[in-house]
Design a protein around this ligand. Structure first.
Ligand code: 5AD
Ligand code: SF4
Length: 442
């Protein structure tokens, strides 16, 4: 049997696309290799959101080149966002690449790689008419009890720093019947937790109007009604699209978890405007108040960028102010990275590297202190945990996630896929520690 090996970079959408890539290769008779060395087809599913993933990919291409020299019959396929952004340049940079494809053209992968790799295409990208949902392809799921469900592709926002709209194209929503059929099928296979995925997940449905009259809140309610689905998450929402019906649906759907990843990007209203985020700091803070009023015990995560062009010390102080005011449970912090072709890459006043790094350090310190305090507040409480396996640091302990999306390591005898109550006894800025609390639950 011919074998494939897929290497994935980037976000959850990419991880999910890789499940489709694997499913597609399985459907044409390939099996998964346990290492790159044993593979006949090497697939790299790339990211280009910042410079760092580009550099990581370049390092992997060094390996691929060596493997291709040792085994000239191996097929090297490069897909995803970096491939889309670089297009034909990819073949100049890496002449040993056989197939290149954008995130919208995974459905064609079988044609290119099928027939024993004969007649392999040099490239196909799909930003416009050729683009289609990979969600209709066979799926090789990574996790047994949790699943991603793609609800839309592309993004209609124009955030000045972001490459995603240009590599993943305009937003197209999947039809609700199709999404619900997939969710029901997953529930039938034993999946208990789903994560709805979209580049701008809560603007889902708008492009279906007037044909289908629905919005993201209704999708949450419909997923909540599917038997067997105990937890619903979604990522990433845009603050601008958190309208009242979505908040009400979250509050009233038992399976929707008390956790929102709510990208802030900056706390400076001036910079938010330059970033074209379409909200200012006060509006964001009011949204946080509305969410917390409707959903008790809500956990909030976020993304923050430091060093956007023109960011002054006063702008950065505003970011720290908002982070302190919201008190996030978790936050991803990024140094602004200019991406070719985006609006911000051409702005004057790029912030020097040293300043960016120094601000990042100060931000991380605040974020970690608050996250540690937020987790410490959980000590003594009982939290429902979906068991995922054994702890990564201590094999004697189990590991899972709370509804508020914090990793918990705990003593107990539950099996993966079970929902158990855990008494929280300790915490760090990233994790909780505790023991299974069957008696507490009884
Ligand atoms: N530089 C730094 N961070 C970026 N992000 C997106 N584009 C850039 C960029 N050019 C961050 C944003 C986004 C997250 C996925 O990555 O915070 O929410
Ligand atoms: Fe990376 Fe963005 Fe593409 Fe995800 S959508 S893989 S984060 S560039």
């Amino acid at each position: 049997m011919r074998r494939y090996f897929v290497t994935t970079f980037g976000c959850q959408m990419n991880a999910h696309d890789s499940e489709r890539i694997k499913g597609t290769l399985e459907s044409i008779g390939f099996g998964e290799a346990s290492s790159r060395e044993e593979a006949d087809v090497l697939v790299f599913n790339t990211c280009t959101i910042r410079e760092k993933p580009d550099q990581r990919f370049a390092a992997h291409m060094g390996d691929a080149k060596v493997l291709k020299q040792a085994n000239p019959d191996a097929i090297v396929a490069v897909g995803g966002c970096y491939a889309e952004a670089q297009r034909e340049r990819l073949f100049e940079l890496y002449p040993f690449v056989d197939v290149a494809f954008g995130p919208g053209t995974i459905p064609h992968l079988a044609d290119w790689i099928g027939a024993d790799g004969q007649g392999v295409a040099r490239g196909s990208f799909g930003i416009a008419e050729e683009r289609s949902f990979s969600a209709t392809l066979p799926l090789q799921r990574e996790r047994r009890f949790q699943a991603w469900v793609q609800v839309s592709m592309g993004c209609n926002s124009k955030c000045a720093y972001c490459i995603v709209p240009s590599v993943r194209g305009r937003e197209v929503s999947r039809r609700p019947g199709e999404i619900l059929a997939e969710v029901s099928r997953l529930a039938g296979e034993g999946v208990r937790e789903i994560t709805l995925l979209g580049q701008n997940v809560n603007s889902w449905g708008r492009d279906l109007l007037p044909d289908v009259r629905t919005e993201f809140g209704e999708l949450l309610r419909a997923c909540d009604a599917v038997d067997g689905i105990e937890r619903i998450r979604f990522t990433s929402p845009h603050p601008k699209d958190f309208r009242d019906p979505v908040i009400a649906a979250m509050a009233e759907s038992a399976a929707v978890c008390e956790h929102i990843h709510l990208p802030l990007q900056s706390g400076s209203s001036r910079l938010l405007k330059a970033m074209r985020r379409t909200y200012d700091a006060e509006r964001y803070l009011r949204l946080v108040d509305r969410l917390r009023a409707a959903i008790p015990d809500l956990a909030l995560g976020t993304d923050v960028i430091v060093g956007f062009p023109g960011e002054t010390e006063a702008d950065f102080a505003e970011t720290l102010r908002v982070v302190e005011a919201v008190r996030y449970d978790s936050a991803f912090t990024f140094i602004y990275s200019p991406r070719r072709g985006t609006e911000a890459a051409d702005l004057p006043d790029q912030v020097p590297d040293g300043v960016k790094h120094e601000r990042l350090e100060r931000l991380v310190e605040v974020v970690q202190r608050i996250a540690a305090e937020r987790n410490a507040e959980r000590i003594g409480r009982v939290e429902e945990v979906l068991v995922e396996g054994s702890s990564r640091t201590d094999a004697a302990l189990l590991r899972g996630r709370t509804r508020r999306n914090t990793t918990a390591n705990f003593a107990g005898d539950a099996r993966p896929g079970e929902l158990v109550d855990v008494l929280v006894q300790g915490s760090t800025s990233m994790t909780l520690r505790g023991r299974q609390a069957a008696l507490v639950a009884a």
